[in-house]
Every structure is written in structure tokens, then in C-alpha cells.
Design a protein around this ligand. Structure first.
Ligand code: SAJ
Length: 424
């Protein structure tokens, strides 16, 4: 089939490659011409070696011009970001702009799938009206409109776009069947057909909200156990010996990424319009948003106990990305932590081997050489290999392990002050 994937990011690009691998004739549409340029040369704009390899093998016609690809496409899949703004309000502009562009060029009888994460109601209340304004009525199958929420875990080698099960919901039964048939042709895992498009929108929001509240739960437990002098990591290990029901999550400096800290706000806001107040989801967001501040308090306490003042304290932050072994800094709690500490007058500098352009040093040794105090903000594999002796050699006075990923015993054994999140 002739396919256009709209949005060539973490979601769209792997999907475009998969469609091409399966023999489809694939175009990629993106507003970022630099990104289009790179992909046209077979270079991946995101750090992902398997993707980079794939891009060299498959043929994807990348363009910034919708008229070059949409009119001749039988299937159009929208994979653009659905972020929130600084006040945590959903920002549907990228989706609205993309659907508006598609509505100007799409031909009748085509299939339009929205993969972006959206709250229940967006397809029928936002997407369909844009199409209708262009004289295209999805309820009459002028085009086949469906929602198949993306499920991707960036950096995950085991679960990829090809083998992760998906759900699909559509505006009409015909659209549902066509979408399910298409996805069964490219994905080896189960494709579950849901009875309404709202159910599909709700499924993705629920899975990610489930993750956010579980992380908030363990963050709260960590803060409580820290006061009780209990090691949260030992207790998580203990609870995980229960062969059913318990699901381990881990405390940290906060929750980042383009999904988990964002998706709950889409549901909270839409539910409010029906008069329902998601108190629990809102509290979980409050707890997770508070973690960078909590971490900064731990840092300040450690520094005051050593130096007596924060002003000018040389703090090295290890990691800027929102999670281990990726280069993505979206909603990264590490960035929030940096600004909080700088607000307290400390001399804070960072190093992340995956985010060189935002690092203050070229390598780890430079960071260790500069720092009197260290914070682990991201548990990159490179950081977990550092020996406690290396910290001692560099005269590190205190370490705040924001991901509980270092060897606490070895560090304390060398008389370096150590504080994790829920352990010390
Ligand atoms: N985090 C914790 N404690 C945990 C797990 C995660 O603090 O126990 C933090 C991470 O450090 C990170 C954030 O939460 O800052 C998000 O972590 P994540 O592993 O959910 O990372 P994402 O957002 O890249 O991937 C997620 C998918 N990941 C997993 O399910 C493992 C999933 O939540 C979504 O399918 C996907 O984003 C998406 O695109 O919606």
C-alpha cells in the first residue's frame, strides 16, 4: 500500500521503517526540514543503533511537502507529539495542524489512523470536525478514521514496534476492520479490536496513568522510609519475592519523558469537563513533580553539613536524559533539578554522555575533577561502572544517588557521605 507517516520522531520513524520492511511504499512527512534532510540521506535523527541500521536498508521518501505524499496515499498515520504546556494544559496544536494539513490533501476512500496519545473524545470532538469542515465525513466512511495508540518504549531492545501488541478503535465498523487488517499485516503481535474509538483512546491513557501512580506510590514510600531509616531498595527486593500481585517500581528524582508525566493531564482535564475530579491522579502528579525539589533538599542538607553554605558549592550532575541510555531530555527531571540548585546559588555543572550538546564537560573525568558534590540524575550504564575509589580519588565529599544505582556500601566504606532516594 502507499503509506504516509506524518511525524518522523520516536514513534513515526520506527513505524515508517517497519511499513517499508513489510513491502509498503512509504513516505514520511515532517515539518522539520533538517530532520527530512537527514532521513533522506539514510541518517537517523535519533540515537538508536537498530533504527540507524534499518534506515540504511529501507527506502522511505521523506518530505516536508504534504502535496507530494498525502494525495496518493491509501493510508495516512499521524504520529505527532501531544505535549502539555507549562501549566500542564494539553497542547493539541501539533495534532490539529497535522490533521488540518491531511484534510486538505487526503483522497476519499483512504484510511487515516491517529497513533498519537490522546484522551477519550479527541478523535470524535477534534479530529472528525476538522475533516468534516473539509467536506469529508468519517461517520459516512468518506475516509476510514481510527485510533491505534502508539506503544513504544524508547531504548527497549526486547519490545519493538513490530512485536508489541496493539489495540484499535474506530469511528465505524468498516474503519475498524480495515485498520485491524492493516496492523495485522505489519505487526506480529495481537491486534485487539475495541468497540469504540473512545475505548482505544482510554486504553493508552490508562496504561500510562497506571505507571505514573505506581511511581508516585514508590516515591512516597521512599520519602517515608528515609525518615524511618529503612532502605527502600531492600524492601522492594523483599516485596518482590511475593510471586504474584506486587509490581516493583523504583523511586527517583522525578518522572520524565513525553508520555508518563504528560498523559494523566489529558484525562484529568477532559474528565473535569464532565464534572469528575481525578483527585488520585492529580495527587500522583503532585508527588512526582515534587521529586526534583525533594532531591535538591537532600543535596542542600548534605552540602550544609559539609561546607556550611550552598553559595558557590561545586555540584556535578551526572545525567540530563529523562531515563537511562537514551538521549531524550523531554520533561527530564534532571533539568528541573539543575535550575532549582542554581537558584540556591550553587555552581552546578552537568555531564551526560548521551546529551553532549547540553553537557558542561567533554567527559566524566572532567566532571569528577570539577565536583565537590555529585548527583546521579540518570542511571546510564556508563555511570554504574564507576568505582567508589574513583569518587575518593577525586575528593568527592558527598553523593546524592538520585536513581539508587551506585554501590552504597562501597561508597560509605570510603567515608564519602551517601544519600539515595529512600536509602542512606
Ligand atoms: N521511572 C521511575 N521509576 C520507575 C519507572 C520509571 O522513576 O519505576 C521514571 C523514568 O526514570 C522516566 C519516567 O519514569 O523518567 C518514564 O519512564 P518509562 O520507563 O515509562 O519511560 P518512557 O516514557 O520512555 O516509556 C514509556 C513506556 N515504558 C514502559 O512501559 C517501560 C510506556 O510507559 C509507554 O508505552 C511509552 O512510554 C509511551 O510511549 O507511552
Amino acid at each position: 500500500m502507499k503509506i504516509t507517516v506524518v511525524g518522523l520522531g520516536y514513534v513515526g520513524l520506527p513505524l515508517a521503517c517497519l511499513c517499508a520492511e513489510k513491502g509498503h511504499d512509504v513516505s514520511g512527512l515532517d515539518i522539520d526540514s533538517a530532520r527530512v534532510e537527514k532521513i533522506s540521506k539514510g541518517i537517523s535523527p535519533i540515537e538508536d543503533e537498530s533504527l540507524a541500521k534499518k534506515l540504511k536498508k529501507v527506502k522511505i521518501r521523506a518530505t516536508a511537502k504534504p502535496e507530494e505524499c498525502i494525495p496518493k496515499s491509501e493510508i495516512i498515520i499521524v504520529c505527532v507529539p501531544t505535549p502539555v504546556d507549562h501549566s500542564h494544559s494539553p497542547d493539541l496544536k501539533p495534532l490539529i495542524d497535522s490533521v488540518t494539513t491531511v484534510s486538505k490533501h487526503i483522497k476519499k476512500g483512504s484510511m487515516l489512523v491517529i497513533e498519537s496519545t490522546i484522551n477519550p473524545g479527541v478523535v470524535e470532538e477534534v479530529v472528525a470536525p476538522i475533516l468534516k469542515a473539509a467536506g469529508i465525513d468519517p461517520a459516512k466512511n468518506d475516509i476510514h478514521l481510527s485510533h491505534c495508540p502508539e506503544r513504544i518504549d524508547p531504548g527497549n531492545k526486547k519490545w519493538t514496534v513490530e512485536n508489541i501488541p496493539r489495540v484499535v478503535g474506530a469511528v465505524t465498523n468498516e474503519a475498524l476492520k480495515k485498520a485491524a487488517e492493516f496492523y495485522r499485516g505489519i505487526i506480529s503481535a495481537e491486534i485487539t479490536e475495541l468497540s469504540t474509538v473512545k475505548a482505544a483512546e482510554a486504553t493508552k491513557i490508562m496504561e500510562n496513568t497506571f505507571r505514573d501512580i505506581n511511581i508516585a506510590f514508590i516515591n512516597e514510600m521512599a520519602r517515608s522510609f528515609d525518615m524511618l531509616g529503612i532502605d527502600i531498595m531492600e524492601v522492594i527486593k523483599g516485596a518482590s519475592t511475593k510471586p504474584f500481585a506486587f509490581m516493583p517500581h523504583y523511586p527517583g528524582i522525578g518522572v520524565g519523558g513525553h508520555c508518563i508525566p504528560v498523559d494523566p493531564y489529558y484525562l484529568i482535564k477532559r474528565a473535569k469537563q464532565t464534572g469528575f475530579d481525578h483527585r488520585f491522579l492529580s495527587l500522583a502528579r503532585e508527588i512526582n513533580e515534587s521529586m526534583p525539589h525533594y532531591t535538591a533538599e537532600l543535596v542542600e542538607k548534605a552540602i550544609l553539613s559539609k561546607a556550611g553554605i550552598m553559595q558557590g558549592a561545586k555540584i556535578g550532575v551526572m545525567g540530563l536524559a529523562y531515563k537511562a541510555n537514551v538521549d531524550d531530555i523531554r520533561e527530564s527531571p534532571a533539568l528541573k533539578l539543575l535550575s532549582i540548585l542554581r537558584g540556591k546559588g550553587a555552581d552546578v555543572r552537568a555531564f551526560d554522555p548521551h546529551v553532549a550538546d547540553m553537557s558542561d564537560f567533554v567527559d566524566l573525568n572532567e566532571l569528577l575533577d570539577f565536583s565537590d558534590y555529585l548527583i546521579i540524575a540518570t542511571d546510564h550504564a556508563e555511570f554504574k561502572k564507576i568505582l567508589a575509589e574513583d569518587f575518593k580519588k577525586n575528593n568527592i565529599k558527598a553523593i546524592i544517588d538520585g536513581k539508587n544505582c551506585l554501590d552504597m556500601g562501597a561508597i560509605k566504606g570510603l567515608k564519602i557521605l551517601y544519600h539515595g532516594i529512600g536509602r542512606s
